[in-house]
Design a protein. Structure first.
Length: 187
């Protein structure tokens, strides 16, 4: 079989599987299907910290259990994608437009960057992701918060935004998806 679009997996999905929450069997079937279809399973770098932070809060969790969790996740074939500055700009935009946390906005920015889908149990994130969202359990865990309405976005008003974005686009076009560590933004 050929690979389908990549799947970006939110920590909520993997945690539901690991912690044997009600959606775990459905999530396991979906992940097995994605692997069989050779669809890349992607996560942003902060995913690992989110997972370990939640696992750490389980009573009696030791460093051994946290390490075992990471080892088990490695067996799922999940690939980590480092963030780039262009993705960070997308995160800032989604934080401001939709009220997402920067962590959740990074999942969406990654899904959009790779033209993939986003597997999540997070209601606000799923609503903003729209047709990219893959949800589980019939949406039972997706709480219905107030409707998200766009508002005036302030970041394009940043004096140097246009020049900075142009530089990022040029770097991306040239094959450099991020500025090397130590690079500086215009002041």
């Amino acid at each position: 079989m050929t690979a389908g679009p990549p799947i970006v997996i939110d920590a909520s999905v993997v945690l539901a599987r690991l912690l044997k929450e009600p959606e775990a069997p459905e999530i396991a079937r979906a992940m097995d299907e994605w692997v069989a279809e050779r669809r890349p399973l992607l996560v942003p770098a902060h995913f690992w910290l989110e997972v370990i932070n939640r696992v750490r809060r389980v009573t009696g969790t030791s460093g051994e259990r946290m390490l075992a969790t990471v080892h088990r996740l490695d067996s799922f074939g999940i690939q980590t994608v480092e963030s780039s500055r262009p993705m960070l700009i997308g995160v800032i935009d989604r934080v401001e437009r939709h009220g997402l946390t920067p962590y959740d906005a990074m999942y969406l920015a990654l899904a959009e960057t790779v033209d993939g889908q986003l597997a999540t149990l997070d209601g606000p994130l799923a609503r903003v992701a729209g047709s990219r969202a893959i949800t589980f359990g019939g949406g039972r865990r997706l709480h219905d918060g107030p409707a998200v309405y766009e508002h005036d976005v302030t970041w394009p008003s940043y004096k140097h935004a246009s020049a900075y974005l142009a530089r990022l686009r040029a770097e991306t076009s040239a094959g450099a998806s991020s500025t090397p560590t130590g690079g500086s933004a215009p002041r």
